[in-house]
Design a protein around this ligand. Structure first.
Ligand SMILES: Nc1nc2c(ncn2[C@@H]2O[C@H](COP(=O)(O)OP(=O)(O)O)[C@@H](O)[C@H]2O)c(=O)[nH]1
Ligand SMILES: [Mg+2]
Length: 175
């Protein structure tokens, strides 16, 4: 069995837990607890990680890990990034400054992105307002990155599978 470790990251509420639960074939491990942090605007938050699995045919499996969103847990980001074969950055489009959010993850994971694969998925664009997708793509270009940037509703299994496809396509180019 060949296994690939895939990491989901993004701010609190961007949809990491939702995305992994949408596609996982095993009951997901989720360490959400009642949040003591009133600033993040939701009751439950992930303090350690999410985990789920998706198989690709008979002989390959994706192990999906979600990072805790809050930056004060960023030491965990590096632990989880070890050995990852690809990164999915989820950006909550309803956040006050989603471009700044994306930039934070692009900077923090710059090496992983350069050495492996990355897809940027903008969530909650159905509640649409600026900035348009083009500005997120522009931010990647400014950082000399040419990874795919798409809008996705991660509550929908098919859309999460599409994100994984886009990630795997980059890996195939690399091998
Ligand atoms: N309207 C809308 N809601 C979304 C979309 N994607 C995710 N959500 C919701 O946003 C919330 C994301 O929460 P969660 O998965 O816990 O985020 P996490 O903190 O990144 O793990 C959930 O309530 C989802 O149902 C989207 O594209 N549109
Ligand atoms: Mg979560």
């Amino acid at each position: 069995m060949i296994e690939h470790k895939i990491l989901f990251t993004g701010t609190v509420g961007a949809g990491k837990t939702t995305a992994i639960q949408a596609v996982s074939e095993i009951p997901t491990v989720c360490t959400d607890v009642i949040s003591s942090d009133l600033t993040i605007g939701k009751k439950m938050t992930t303090v350690a990680l999410d985990y789920g699995e998706v198989s690709l045919g008979q002989s390959e499996r994706l192990r999906l890990y979600g990072t805790p969103g809050q930056a004060r847990f960023s030491f965990m980001w590096d632990v989880l990034a070890k050995g990852a074969l690809g990164l999915i950055i989820l950006v909550d489009h309803t956040h006050p400054d989603p471009l700044k959010d994306l930039n934070l993850y692009l900077q923090h994971f710059a090496r992983l992105i350069k050495e492996t694969a990355c897809v940027v998925a903008i969530s909650k664009m159905d509640k649409s307002r600026p900035p348009p997708l083009q500005e997120f793509i522009g931010l990647l270009h400014k950082n000399h990155m040419a990874n795919p940037v798409i809008a996705a509703d991660v509550r929908d299994k098919e859309q999460v599978l599409w994100i994984l496809d886009l990630l795997l396509a980059q890996m195939e180019v690399r091998v």
